[in-house]
Design a binder for this molecule. Sequence first.
Ligand code: SF4
Length: 364
Amino acid sequence: MKVTAPHMGKLDLIFKDIFARTGIDYVMPPRTSAKTMQLGLRYSPEFACLPLKVTIGNFIEAIEAGADTLLMAGGVGPCRFGYYAEIQKCVLQGAGYEFNMLVLEPPAAGWKLFIDTLRVLAPGKSIYQIWQIIKISFRKARVMDGLEKYALKYRAYEVHRGDTTKAHKKALEIMEPAITDREITAASEKAFAVMEAVEKDMDKSVVKVGIVGEFYILLEPFVNFDIEEYLGHMGVSLERSVYLTDWISPSPKNQIMGITDEEIAQAAKPYLNHFVGGEGLPSVGHAIIYAKEGFDGVIQLFPFTCMPDTIAKSILPQISRDFDIPVISFVIDEQTGKAGILTRLEAFIDLLASRKKHRELVGV
Ligand code: SF4
């Protein structure tokens, strides 16, 4: 069995680690690129949301690289994500590809389904052994998310442009071979030391921006035009509302973000008091939390036709007025041009910087 899964941020690093432990061959699709997008667009329904199209492209490239089993996460609604695996299967079979499809349904859809799929992915292993593998792999993945969070926050302060990106790459390389708990602890200390060693000017005037929006667009740099790195180089210190391990984990604690699901829901409550799928509710809650924490602005990113974040978008202007915080929303699809996004971003950041300066001058 040669298993593959679509890209989404650093998800490939987690799969690589887990499958090395379970003894399954993992075929990493080529990095998402314009070619991936073209392949996905060729076969996907035109009205589907962008992540479905791009992930179909990932699957095609992985099948062409030798994968015979496609692994996809399931979902329990109410957004379209829960239907992705079924649609991907129909589309790819219709295009003539041969494969097995494995859907890892969330435990909320029933533990049996979840465990049955895990047994296929870890042949010969007991449930206890599978749990141990997931636990240790997840611990490592959390360290990697912590490194990403650090890079987002501190890239803006680097003295030499590009040093944070280089250090982050090195830190991930340090983490990759760590297998045991002890090795993960040692690698984590070393990796954070590499990040901390980047020369920084902490007196630099930077603007603080929170990014909210749909999880796939936030996590996959190809589809968001790698705006986090771009903004970091512009002197913007970032916090993001979604981290991969928080998103995957069923725990409401969100260890990387440091804010529980309950706190996010409470913050959003005056504006949106129930789950609407995807990141609709968290986008609202986080925007309010960022405003209360004194951030200078909020950026929302989501795919065209994404129902949950379209709901959030309709609420964010009110939050912007009530909390006196500038908010900008970007709707992304396959027609979106990088230059257009970056130009609007630059104008937004200029506005935030001059607003901040003015407020400091008048003592607000
Ligand atoms: S959150 Fe939005 S873009 Fe993502 S799968 Fe759901 S509807 Fe599609």
